[in-house]
Write a protein that binds this ligand. Structure first.
Ligand code: GDP
Ligand code: IMO
Ligand code: MG
Length: 431
C-alpha cells in the first residue's frame, strides 16, 4: 500500500499561520511540498527567537534530512528564488541539497510582472491589490498555452522562446501606453532586472530539477511521508474564492492533485488552518470586517501587516459561515486554530454564525458575498482574559477559551488538532 499526501492549507484569506504550522509538523514528514502560488505568499517561521519569512521555498527548509519540493503547480520567478536561496545560504542552510524544483513549474518573466502592474493600474478603483509578483499573467499564459517552464531553461532555443513571449507581453503593454522604461521592478530598471533574472535562471540549473509527478508517486510507493503546504487561502481560490478578488491558482486541496501530480485517492489528511479571528490583505469582500477600535486592536496585537508587501491587513471577527464553506470545499479532516492569544485581553469575543440576506437568515456562503444586503449575525462569548499557557496542554486552558473552541469545532464538524498560542515553534498545543 502506498502512502498518501497530507495537506495543510489556509481556510480564510491567507496569512493564517501556515508557515509556522508546517515548520511545527515537518519532523513527522520526509518531504514538504508547495503545490501552487508563488512569491505572492509570505510564510513566517519563528525558530529559537529568530523570525524568517519564506515566499517560494517550502517551510520545511530549516529541518535537516528533509526534502522540500517546489511542485509543478507553482510559478517561479528565478530572481526572487535566487534572492531567497542566497539568504538561506548565508544562514548555512544547504538549500541545493534539500530542495527540488519541478521542471513543469511555470516561469514568471520580468514582462509578466510588468503586465501585472499594467492590469492593476488599468483596473483603477476596481484593482485587486495584487502583490505584483506576476502571478496572474503567468497563470494566464499557462492556461493560454503560451507559458515557459523551468525545464525550458535547459533547451538550446530558450532565448528564442523567451524573446517571443516577452515581445507578446510588450505588445499588450504598449496597447495600454505602457513601456518598459516607465517601469521599475523592486526598485531597479526593467533592463537591470532582466539581466539579473537571466543570471538567476542559469543558477536554477544547479538545482535538482525533477519530473514532479513521477518523483512524488515513487516517494509514496517507497512509504515516504509527504506534507503539501498550501499558499494563500480558500477564499482566494480562483474558482471558489471571492472572485474576482482572488489569486490565480487553485489554493484548495484539489490543487494538490494537479500541483504535484497525484491522484485524488492519494490525498490523506487535510489540515485546515484558521485564525481565531479573520484578516484579509488587498481588496474584496470581507463580511465580518471591523472598522472600529476592536479591528485596530486585532491589527496591533496580532502584528497584522503583510509578510510580503508590509501592507496593513484588514481585521474582523471569525466567520463560521465562511469557514464551514471552506471545510466543505477542502474536505478538511482536522482543524488548526492560530492566534487566539491576540484576544487575551478581550472581555467579549464574537463569532459570525449566520448571515441575514434580504432579511432572511442563511448559513450558506452565497454567490454574491459583497451584497449590500448581507449582514453578519454574531454570537458572543465571554473572553478568557488571561495568557494562554501552551505548556500545560489543552485541559488546563481557561474554561471560557475551551467553550469558544468547542463551539467553533462543533459548528464545523471537524476534529480539533492543534492550537497555536504564539509565533514560536514551541507555542503549540496538540489537542
Ligand atoms: P502564513 O502566510 O499563513 O504562513 O502566515 P503569515 O506568516 O503571513 O502570518 C502569520 C503571522 O502570525 C506571522 O507573523 C506569524 O509569526 C504569526 N503567528 C503565527 N501563529 C501565531 C500565533 O498563534 N500567535 C501569534 N500571536 N502570532 C502567530
Ligand atoms: P500567504 O501564502 C494573503 C492576495 C493579494 C491580493 C490577491 C491577489 O502568505 O497566505 P496576487 O499577487 O496573487 O495577484 O494577489 O491575493 N494574496 C494574499 N493575501 N496571503 C497571501 O499568501 C496572499 N497571496 C496573495 O493581497 O488581494
Ligand atoms: Mg502570509
Amino acid at each position: 500500500m502506498t502512502n498518501k499526501v497530507d495537506v495543510l492549507l489556509g481556510l480564510q484569506w491567507g496569512d493564517e499561520g501556515k508557515g509556522k504550522i508546517v515548520d511545527f509538523l515537518a519532523p513527522k514528514y520526509d518531504v514538504i511540498a508547495r503545490f501552487q502560488g508563488g512569491a505572492n505568499a509570505g510564510h513566517t517561521l519563528k525558530i529559537d527567537g529568530k523570525t524568517y519569512v519564506l515566499h517560494l521555498i517550502p517551510s520545511g527548509i530549516f529541518h535537516e534530512n528533509k526534502l522540500n519540493i517546489i511542485g509543478n503547480g507553482v510559478v517561479i520567478d528565478p530572481l526572487i528564488f535566487k534572492r531567497e536561496c542566497d539568504k538561506l545560504k548565508e544562514m548555512n542552510v544547504n538549500v541545493e541539497e534539500r530542495l527540488l524544483v519541478a521542471k513543469k513549474a511555470h516561469l514568471i518573466l520580468p514582462s509578466h510582472r510588468l503586465l501585472d502592474a499594467v492590469y492593476e493600474k488599468n483596473k483603477g478603483e476596481q484593482k485587486i491589490g495584487s502583490t505584483l509578483k506576476g502571478i496572474g499573467p503567468t497563470y494566464t499564459d499557462k492556461i493560454g498555452r503560451l507559458g515557459l517552464r523551468v525545464g525550458d531553461i535547459l533547451s538550446d532555443d530558450f532565448m528564442d522562446k523567451y524573446n517571443k513571449l516577452k515581445f507578446h507581453h510588450l505588445n499588450i503593454a504598449s496597447n495600454y501606453k505602457f513601456h518598459t522604461d516607465d517601469f521599475m521592478l523592486d526598485n531597479i530598471s526593467f533592463t537591470d532586472y532582466e539581466s539579473q533574472w537571466f543570471e538567476a535562471a542559469k543558477e536554477l540549473k544547479n538545482f535538482h530539477l525533477i519530473e514532479c509527478e513521477h518523483f512524488v508517486n515513487e516517494l509514496l510507493n517507497e512509504g515516504k511521508k509527504i506534507l503539501a503546504e498550501g499558499a494563500q487561502g480558500a477564499m482566494l481560490d480562483v474558482d471558489f474564492g471571492t472572485y474576482p478578488f482572488v489569486t490565480s491558482s487553485n489554493t484548495i486541496s484539489a490543487g494538490v492533485c494537479t500541483g504535484l501530480g497525484i491522484s485524488p485517492q492519494k490525498v490523506g489528511r487535510v489540515f485546515g488552518i484558521t485564525k481565531a479571528y479573520c484578516t484579509r490583505v488587498g481588496a474584496g469582500p470581507f463580511p465580518t470586517e471591523l472598522f472600529d477600535e476592536v479591528g485596530d486592536a486585532l491589527r496591533v496585537n496580532g502584528h497584522e501587516f503583510g509578510s510580503t508587501t508590509g501592507r496593513p491587513r484588514r481585521c474582523g471577527w471569525i466567520d463560521l459561515v465562511q469557514l464551514k464553506y471552506s471545510v466543505m470545499i477542502n474536505g478538511v479532516t482536522d482543524i488548526v486554530i492560530t492566534k487566539p492569544d491576540v484576544m487575551n485581553d478581550f472581555s467579549t469575543v464574537f463569532m459570525c454564525t449566520s448571515y441575514d440576506i434580504n432579511n432572511t437568515e442563511h448559513t450558506y456562503f452565497p454567490f454574491d458575498v459583497d451584497s449590500k444586503f448581507l449582514k453578519p449575525n454574531y454570537k458572543d462569548f465571554k473572553g478568557w482574559m488571561t495568557k494562554l499557557d501552551y505548556s500545560k496542554g489543552f485541559d488546563k486552558l481557561p474554561e471560557e477559551f475551551k467553550n469558544y473552541v468547542k463551539f467553533l469545532n462543533d459548528y464545523l464538524g471537524t476534529n480539533l488538532y492543534l492550537i497555536s498560542t504564539g509565533p514560536g515553534r514551541e507555542e503549540t498545543i496538540v489537542c
